[in-house]
Each structure stands twice: as C-alpha cells, then as structure tokens.
Ligand binder design. Structure first.
Ligand code: TYM
Length: 326
C-alpha cells in the first residue's frame, strides 16, 4: 500500500484554499493508501506565536481534520512537536542541504522580504518539511501548488543522500488537485489566499459564519464585463470564483459557464454562497461536536504513539547509515 504524508500549520483558521488544495485530497486518499496527517506546530513557530493561541489552533486543526472526514482508524493524526524524531532528522538533513538551495525558496523570499534579519528557522523550514515527509517513507504528498518547490527540494535531498549513503529514503511524489491547487485571494486574484492576509474578506475560513461568507463573496473582486467566463489572464477574479464553485460543487467549468450565460455576477455569487455554506455547514457541526471532547485528545495520543514508532524505525536506519550513535 502506498504511503501518504501531509501537514497543515496551526497558524489560524483553515481556509477554503487549504481545504480545496490539500485537505480534500487527504480524505480521498485515506480510502486507498496508508495515510499520516500531521499538525505541524514546529513549523508555525518560524514566525512569532502566542503560546495559548498556538495550542488552541493546534487543537482546532486536529478537530477540523476529523470534521472534514478523516477517520483515526484509517489515518494517523498527530502533533509534530510530540514526535521528536522530526527535529532530529531535520538536523541530519540540514547537514546535507546547501544554503544556496534554501536561498532560492520563494516562500522564504516572500516572508523575509523587507526584513533586515529573519529567524534561522524560517530559512531552514523546508528542511524540517523534508524530514516530516522522509521519516514516514512517504510515496505521495498531497499539497497545494505553493508547496511544490519544497517538495522538489525534499526529493533532491533524498536522492542526494541515497546516492551518497546507499538507499536510505523513499523519493516522494507531489499530488495536487486539478481544480483548487491554487485558490486566490478574494480581494486580489493575483495573490494566493492565505491565513495571514490582513483583510479577513480575502479568505473564507472553514469556521466562518454564513453571514461572513456571504459578505466576503459579495465583496469579492470581479471585473466590469459581467460575463461568467473562465479566463485566468483577462478575468482572474471571476475565474477564481468559478474554480471555487467547481471544486465545491463537482460541476465542470464548462457546465458552470453554460449555466450562467446571460446571468449577472449577483446571481452567480448568491449561488456560490449557497454552495459553500452547504459544504461547510456539516463540517462546522462535526467540529463543534468533537473540538472539546476527550476523544480528540485520545486520538492525538494514539496517533503520536503510532507515528513515533514508525519514525523511530526510519531514524535508526538513517543513523546507522550515517555512523551516528552506538
Ligand atoms: P500550510 O499550512 O500553509 O497550508 C496547508 C495546505 O494548504 C495548501 N494551501 C493552498 N492550496 C490551495 N490554494 C491556496 N491558496 C492554499 N494555501 C495553502 C498548502 O499547499 C498545504 O498543502 N509547509 C506546509 C506544511 C507542511 C507540510 C509538511 C506539508 C509542513 N510539513 C510535509 C506536506 C508535507 C505549509 O505551510 O502548509
């Protein structure tokens, strides 16, 4: 059975970009593959976090994992900081990664832009991500398009070490969605939808109220020609909304265009609000049921044990290859 690993940072409410680009795949894959899904809290401290908020956000993400349909009997779900092997392997990989490679990472460039100095962890972040993936002998990594470059680096590191030390790691593959791999900000269709953007109407979070969802969609940037047509270059705002519509409803882009011939943006946006609400409503209900339950903690503790067991097997193999330990 193929092995899957992916993770989400607990840095705020998960938005529909995270859901359509990554989380939806998590659920699909657990039916056919051996899946490990992590809440990557060590990654989130690469930028300052309030400790109380961080713990709350970690549990929110864990509860959302379950609310979207992950099943702890099928998938391993755990917190990254509970399995020390991630940080340990990251160090070993860091010694086999070049500063030139890390300097080329676009996310680092974006996040450190206009800063005189950035935390070293922000720079070495992609190596921790490589450790996450390689620890579980991962074949498939379901992520959004923005993580592709990090995955390429992971592959390069794995291949480099395999060549130097003999077969040590499985070389993982990227898996992205056809529609939803890159959901754009609602207020600026040239920027990626992100958890950290200042304008809350730039995104729709999975825990938003129906009123907030309506407001964000109604305010979303379109254009002045009034045609519901998909054209990324000429109509990026409308194209983004059509993609979101398609990903949530399962309708093809062509069918959506045909359905709204002659309709205005108002009708289209109202329908989109309905579609998003009917997908998100049941997720919120399950979230509320599980978020403060003992079951959530039991699932995370069990996930931690199972993940740590697997991680230790890989880490021992790596240490043996590198001549580390007794
Ligand atoms: P993070 O927490 O930023 O995002 C979680 C997942 O959501 C995807 N995503 C998007 N997809 C489509 N449109 C968007 N606007 C959008 N924004 C985010 C991301 O691609 C991601 O799949 N570095 C990772 C977390 C990580 C990880 C890993 C992932 C750490 N270790 C190992 C996979 C495997 C991150 O910051 O994701």
């Amino acid at each position: 059975m193929k092995r899957v690993f992916s993770g989400v940072q607990p840095t705020g409410n998960i938005h529909i970009g995270n859901y359509l680009g990554a989380l939806k795949q998590f659920v699909e894959l657990q039916e056919e593959m051996d899946c490990v899904y992590c809440i990557v809290d060590l990654h989130s401290i690469t930028v300052p976090q309030d400790p109380k908020e961080l713990r709350k956000n970690s549990l929110d993400v864990a509860a959302l994992y379950l609310a979207i349909g992950l099943d702890a009997k099928k998938s391993i779900i755990f917190l990254q900081s509970c399995v020390p092997a991630h940080a340990e392997l990251a160090w070993i990989l860091m010694c086999n990664t070049y500063t030139g490679e890390l300097s080329r990472m676009t996310q680092f460039k974006d996040k450190s832009r206009e800063k005189e100095s950035a935390p070293a962890g922000l720079f070495t972040y992609p190596v921790l991500m490589a450790a996450d993936i390689l620890l579980y002998d991962t074949d498939v990594v379901p992520v959004g398009n923005d993580q592709k470059q990090h995955l390429e680096l992971t592959r390069d590191i794995a291949i480099r070490i395999n060549n130097k030390y003999g077969k040590t790691f499985v070389v993982p593959e990227y898996r992205g969605m056809k529609v939803g791999a890159r959901v754009m900000a609602l207020d600026d269709p040239n920027a990626k939808m992100s958890k950290s953007a200042e304008n809350i109407h730039s995104r729709i979070s999975l825990l938003d109220t129906p009123e907030k969802i309506k407001k964000s969609i109604m305010k979303s940037t379109t254009d002045s020609d009034g045609i519901i047509g998909f054209d990324i270059d000429q109509k990026p705002g409308v194209s983004n909304l059509i993609s979101i519509y398609s990903a949530f409803s399962g309708s093809s882009i062509k069918d959506i265009e045909n359905k709204y011939v002659g309709s205005g943006y108002g009708t289209f946006k109202n329908d989109l609000v309905e579609i998003i609400n009917s997908a998100i409503g049941p997720i919120q209900q399950r979230f509320n049921d599980i978020r403060h339950s003992q079951e959530l903690l039991t699932i995370l503790k069990d996930g931690q044990e199972r993940a740590a067991f697997r991680a230790e097997v890989t880490l021992s193999r790596v240490k043996e290859r590198f001549g580390l330990g007794l």
